[in-house]
Design a protein around this ligand. Sequence first.
Ligand code: GDP
Length: 198
Amino acid sequence: MEIKNPRFLKSSQKLSELPPDDKPEYAFVGRSNVGKSSLINRLCNRKQLAKTSGTPGKTQLINHFLIDDTWYIVDLPGYGYAQVSKKERRVFQSMITEFVVERESLMCVMVLIDSRIKPQKIDLEFIEFLGVNEVPFVIVFTKTDKPKKTELAANIELFKNTMLETWEELPPMFQTSAVKGTGKEKLLGYIDEVNKLF
Ligand code: GDP
């Protein structure tokens, strides 16, 4: 599948502002700076559809992109070192939690993981939260052009093994690079298949 007509639809500050849940949605989420905006732009063949943020954790809104008039990419605020007050962070966190758990049209959460580094507690905790709430998700490793091949393989292996300490089965996993375009076809192919289940 190729995306032909991506467009920014709206930013929602509250769940009551969300667009109607009448199309399949895929939420992209990960630590600030994981490469989320770059990946969304690469998937959509656009340079600046999603804003690559200089300030980590600045985008504290739920952004909807309407893709080819049939499905949505949802850009969720990055978790991690958001430069906002604790109170603000709690409000956003509860909003994201509610969105992910309650949203009927959310087909899958794309959990972005930086392939350059060892498994991070905050990522594993978020994955655990998805599991407990039975939210479907896949793992998307980002920036795979960066580490050496052996290092990449070792990081992914370690991530899998860490997950297998608490999970019986592993979710689908994708290796991507926004710089090289790696993994784009497979990820969009997956979305194309899941769209049929809506
Ligand atoms: P976000 O905060 O998760 O939206 O991350 P961005 O998309 O803004 O990317 C954060 C930084 O990582 C930027 O400096 C990007 O240029 C860089 N980056 C993003 N994706 C890749 C990638 O696939 N490969 C490499 N080498 N760098 C990347």
